[in-house]
Design a protein around this ligand. Structure first.
Ligand code: ADP
Ligand code: ZN
Length: 606
């Protein structure tokens, strides 16, 4: 930009100087001792052959007379300029040299046009640029309209392989099939194999989702197209949609290949949620859906996307044929952490005492990116200390530094808290395993995840649900209450950790009473004017419907009754299975993560 500015400025200067020279030249030359002649006299002198040469200016003619006999002096004269069509002819007849004819003034007239135009142009340019800067850092000035910010990156060879990604073995296993497909699409399509079009990588930031997607491309040897969902949000209406079209066009031409959309949630938030300026996002999202539905499954283009908030995604994105396969990319357990540390320590000279296992033991809750950061910090420390190798002391100090950075973001649990979280999570899982029809338990973890959740129990729905029976909703509530109940059973009192569970349980109970007519007391009526899918309601509780105070009170009573019923049910269940709860929690404390089937095995033992 400064270069541009300089260029236009110097062009401006050049024109100004040329203009000034012309001006000065034409108007100052006559300012000598001149004899003013009437035009008629000039014509007479010309006819007599006494004029040596003349210069024509805008208002006058300036010329030299031939020297009179006996004198050598050329006499200068001036005369007004008159519209005289014969002038040029007469001058030619007399062989008089003349300069600065009409052409000359024509050029100068042009200058009078060009200079103001340039000045205006310059002012316009700078003002507009100012305006552009005023728009904020998002848009780089007015001049970049059309050059959309969301860049499509295409990498022919990512040079990343599965060996570079560690600690996410399950995810890798699930993606092997995709690699096979990309390598030999013919084989799959001939056998009529069904390959997922869209794969959603779900997990907290820094766990290697992007890395994993690039590794799939690297392993299969295909082009990797990537684009970030958050960049779409900043764009002008219509640009995002055309960008998506572009992306798919390019990808289809390069098939087999992978399209990767980072931060899908930024673009794929549930429609209608969120504040204004969502029009662009909606258009872009719609275009994405259109493209996903439109492309031939036989074309080997695999769409991958990453998110750490799958729950806010528009349900349309998760329908069959779209992102219908979800792959969990979670924070690594101890073995995983060790593997990741090893990957990143490959390029580093480690001292004999630098035991990575010690570091892996120190870092529960760390993501792959955090661990990469530790190796990096340790190397920097060693360099600063003029060491030839990285020793344990540097690694330990690096852990402390990274922890200090993380502590602001994540809570580090003490032993007591950890124990509580373990019982809480096993409580959820145990209820889910005991009541038929609840979503199966994938894994139970006490590795802290983000700010809100200290641990979590991951239940993956077996299928898309559009309908839920009353008992299923009740079971859902029961599972949510399982955590708090387990804490009460073991520690004699509940903790603040169950708040989110209670909110969600209450929301479900409320929907049952208000929207789905599942309360006998209030009858089969819907008290919400418009029925919304349960998932949306849980996110954004509806404003008060139009019913009386009394009905409101009844609703509250009914909600309480439903919750209480489930609470009692869970209490009985957990009391009965206390030994399973204790052993499950102990195992979990020990290992940080256990799978649903492991807990089931413990349950079957008793
Ligand atoms: P995400 O996309 O999940 O936010 P990234 O893939 O961008 O995370 O990870 C950032 C960096 O952290 C990677 O480039 C890599 O250096 C490191 N990293 C993260 N996870 C892993 C892992 N599982 N194995 C090895 N390195 C990892
Ligand atoms: Zn809970």
């Amino acid at each position: 930009m400064p270069v541009n500015k300089k260029i236009s400025f110097s062009v401006l200067c050049a024109f100004l100087i040329i203009g000034a020279v012309l001006f000065v030249h034409n108007f100052t030359t006559p300012m000598q001792m001149l004899e003013e002649l009437p035009y008629s006299e000039f014509k007479t002198l010309l006819a007599a052959g006494n004029v040596a040469e003349i210069t024509v200016t805008r208002q006058s003619l300036i010329g030299k007379l031939k020297p009179e006999e006996g004198s050598k002096e050329l006499k200068l004269f001036t005369t007004v300029r008159v519209e005289d069509p014969d002038l040029v002819k007469d001058l030619n007849v007399r062989n008089v040299k003349f300069t600065g004819m009409i052409e000359n003034t024509f050029l100068r007239d042009i200058m009078w046009w060009v200079i103001p135009a340039l000045i205006f142009g310059g002012i316009w340019f700078f003002v507009i640029r100012r305006l552009g800067q005023g728009l904020g850092q998002g848009q780089k000035g007015f001049m970049t309209v059309g050059k959309s910010k969301a860049k499509i990156y295409a990498e022919k060879d990512t040079k990343v392989t599965f060996a570079d990604v560690a600690g996410v073995e399950e995810a890798k296993e699930e993606l092997r099939e995709v690699i096979e497909f990309l390598k030999t699409p013919e084989k799959f399509t001939r056998l009529g194999g069904k390959i997922p079009k869209g794969i959603l990588l779900v997990g907290p930031p820094g766990t290697g989702k992007t890395l994993l997607a690039r590794a799939v491309a690297g392993e299969a040897g295909v082009t990797f197209f990537s684009i970030s969902g958050s960049e779409f949000v900043e764009m002008f209406v219509g640009v995002g949609a055309s960008r998506v079209r572009d992306l798919f066009e390019q990808a289809k031409a390069k098939a087999p290949c992978i399209i990767f959309i980072d931060e899908l949630d930024a673009l794929g938030k549930a429609r209608g949620a969120g504040p204004m300026a969502h029009e662009e996002r909606e258009q872009t999202l719609n275009q994405l859906l259109v493209e996903m539905d439109g492309f031939d499954p036989r074309i080997a283009v695999i769409l991958m996307a990453a998110t750490n908030r799958p729950e806010i995604l528009d349900p349309a994105l998760l329908r069959p044929g779209r992102f219908d396969r979800q792959v969990l990319v979670d924070r690594p357990d101890k073995i995983g952490r060790l593997a990741i540390l090893r990957v990143h320590a490959k390029r580093v000279a480690l001292g004999p005492d630098a035991d990575l296992e010690v570091i892996a033991g120190m870092t529960p809750g760390f993501s792959g990116a955090d661990l990469a950061n530790i190796i990096n910090e340790a190397t920097l420390l060693a360099v600063r200390r003029n060491k030839e190798q990285v020793d344990l002391s540097e690694l330990q100090e690096a852990v402390e530094r990274v922890v200090a950075g993380l502590e602001k973001k994540n809570r580090v649990l003490n032993k007591m808290e950890k124990e509580r979280v373990a019982y809480h999570e096993v409580g959820h899982a145990l209820v889910a395993l005991s009541f038929p029809g609840a979503d199966p338990i994938q894994k139970i973890s006490i590795i802290p995840r983000g700010i809100a959740a200290l641990g979590y129990t991951l239940q993956l729905p077996t299928e898309d649900r559009f309908l839920m029976a009353k008992t299923e909703l009740e079971n859902k509530i029961a599972v949510l209450l399982g955590g708090r109940n387990a804490e009460e059973l073991i520690f004699g009192e509940a903790s603040t950790g169950a708040q989110n569970d209670l909110v969600r349980a209450t929301d479900i109970a409320k929907s049952m009473v208000k929207s789905y007519g599942m309360s006998e007391k209030l009858g089969t009526v819907t008290l919400d004017r418009e029925r919304q899918p349960l998932i949306m309601q849980i996110q954004a509780p509806r404003e008060k419907g139009d019913y009386s105070e009394e009905t409101a009170r009844e609703i509250d009573c009914e909600v309480r009754r439903i919750i209480d019923e489930q609470y009692d049910r869970v209490r009985w269940l957990l009391a009965e299975k206390k030994r399973v709860l204790v052993e499950g929690a102990k195992t979990l404390l020990d290992r940080e993560v256990i799978s649903g089937s492991e807990l089931k095995a413990i349950m079957d033992k008793y």
